[in-house]
Design a protein around this ligand. Structure first.
Ligand SMILES: Nc1ncnc2c1ncn2[C@@H]1O[C@H](COP(=O)(O)OP(=O)(O)OP(=O)(O)O)[C@@H](O)[C@H]1O
Length: 232
């Protein structure tokens, strides 16, 4: 589902690469935990996987599509269709209700809408089903996002990422604001939903206690030759 070959990325303001990855393959349905200390390049890697930025060298393929051969606008479309994103700051729209936030990606992505149609459901029904699975009380569905707790907003952000079953889900430290029990509960819900939609999950955190929820762990400093060289 995801393939990196000889990737090298240097931030424009820097002289040395932040990331050098010779090879990385992630299969469909894998749940991968990417771990490493602050500054080792985790967020940079996710931005490359999401096609927000492209590497100066090498190739990144998502579902056989080479991201560097697409224009920035085409990458935006590709991302909307194929990648569900969950960030630390959720990026939910405060003036929209919970339900409208969850169905929003279907307005930007024909593919997500089509996948729902093929599954015999609508964006609204799919959003309700996801929110139910993620244990978000029905009494909150019409409320504006601003009236929800952080933990509740997190679950809305996950439902929004998952709607229309994009083949790849990328999550960047979405549990950092939660206590241990809520974190484990949240991850159990997230991984169960990812299994349901058979997406590949790439989850980044510096908290290695979360490892038990995943099928594979990658220590980024071991994979990233740029960081290894700096540390040597
Ligand atoms: N916008 C930017 N411009 C220039 N350099 C950047 C930028 N963002 C990150 N970097 C560089 O890339 C390196 C890796 O940063 P990145 O945010 O990917 O690390 P991280 O592992 O996600 O860290 P954290 O756990 O603290 O979020 C940083 O040390 C920094 O030097």
């Amino acid at each position: 589902m995801i393939e990196l070959q000889n990737v090298s990325f240097t931030w424009p303001s820097q002289t040395e690469p932040t990331l050098k990855i010779e090879s990385l393959t992630i299969a469909a349905g894998e749940k991968v935990f990417i771990h490493g200390p602050s500054g080792c390049g985790k967020s940079t890697l996710l931005s490359l996987l999401a096609g927000v930025m492209v590497p100066q060298q090498g190739e990144i393929l998502i579902d056989h599509q080479a991201l560097q051969s697409l224009s920035a606008g085409q990458r935006d479309h590709f991302r909307a269709d194929n990648i569900g994103l969950v960030f630390q700051q959720f990026n939910l729209l405060p003036y929209l209700s919970v339900l409208d936030n969850v169905t929003l990606p279907c307005q930007f992505s024909k593919q997500r809408k089509l996948r729902l149609q093929h599954a015999g459901t609508s964006p609204k029904d799919a959003a309700q089903q996801l929110l139910r699975h993620l244990d978000l009380s029905e009494s909150l569905w019409q409320k504006p996002i601003t009236q929800l707790s952080i933990g509740q907003q997190q679950r809305v952000a996950v439902a929004r990422a998952l709607i229309g079953s994009p083949p790849v889900i990328i999550a960047d430290e979405p549990t950092s604001a939660l206590d241990k029990q809520s974190r484990d509960q949240f991850l159990a819900l997230l991984t169960a939903e990812v299994d349901n939609s058979q997406s590949s999950l790439i989850f980044v955190s510096h908290d290695d206690e979360l490892q038990k929820h995943f099928s594979r762990m990658i220590r980024l400093p071991e994979l990233n030759q740029a960081v290894l060289r700096h540390e040597a």
